[in-house]
Design a protein around this ligand. Sequence first.
Ligand SMILES: NC(=O)c1ccc[n+]([C@@H]2O[C@H](COP(=O)([O-])OP(=O)(O)OC[C@H]3O[C@@H](n4cnc5c(N)ncnc54)[C@H](OP(=O)(O)O)[C@@H]3O)[C@@H](O)[C@H]2O)c1
Length: 260
Amino acid sequence: MTDRETGEKRSVRSALVTGGGRGLGRGIAEALAARDFHVVVTHRPGSAGAAAVLRAIRHRGGTADSIPLDLTEAAPFTAFRERLVTLLSDGDTPRLDVLINNAGVGVFRALDELTPEDYEESFAVNIRGPLFLTQALADLMPPGASVVNVSTQMTRQADPTSLLYSASKAALESLTGTLAMALGPRGIRVNSIAPGPTATDFNGGAMRDSEALREYISSRTAFGRVGTPDDIALAVAGLLHPDMAWITGQRIEAAGGAFL
Ligand SMILES: NC(=O)c1ccc[n+]([C@@H]2O[C@H](COP(=O)([O-])OP(=O)(O)OC[C@H]3O[C@@H](n4cnc5c(N)ncnc54)[C@H](OP(=O)(O)O)[C@@H]3O)[C@@H](O)[C@H]2O)c1
């Protein structure tokens, strides 16, 4: 990888973070860049994009790029793969050390309000996308690489408005185990992180903007507060540490003890 500032070749590990332009994805991207990963973040075409996170990473001496990606697009992600390979090649064999399937949507509606379109979007972004993106990129991943699927604490909670969200993320957790078995022989680990309520734009920014909701949720946690993107980013970085090399196929909850 060529350093943009010095033009020098650097041997760095690379990471792809879907939905890395904001929220948890941005936190994860910045945490990995701080650990010397070259980070590629995705953002939806037409969304605010990832300029701010790229600026922040480069300002601290890291290297980062972005590629547009809409996970509702039909798989396979051939064009996306080609763009990523071009970015990661830089004269060397392209190599992806970490894939963070972070992008996700939460549709929170009562049973009689749900539409087939809600179903299509929830399952396209939360499970079909991660599955076929992993399929498209797995052969770029060397032994020792890791896939992390971002699930949710809500897969073990029966909230009546979380029908599609919890079901699609439960599918992602199931995929985590089966992918761990499929990719284990190649030396690739696959785990899921299940964040608890965290203050981001998610669900209309409710966890960040509604004091009443934040107070209620905080009262149901061990630490008396909701999460921040940094809390989740540190958990992901920890899971990627080489000391965790024997951990695969697992669901790790990073929720500050929410709803225990
Ligand atoms: N915040 C929480 O309380 C919480 C708790 C548990 C789990 N999670 C999970 O954590 C992940 C990140 O959530 P967040 O809190 O950071 O939410 P967020 O601020 O709403 O960000 C969602 C991210 O997903 C991306 N995304 C949405 N639809 C997409 C699509 N069709 N194609 C590609 N990318 C798409 C968005 O990209 P753009 O920026 O381009 O729109 C954005 O980067 C999600 O998987 C979510 O389910 C969040």
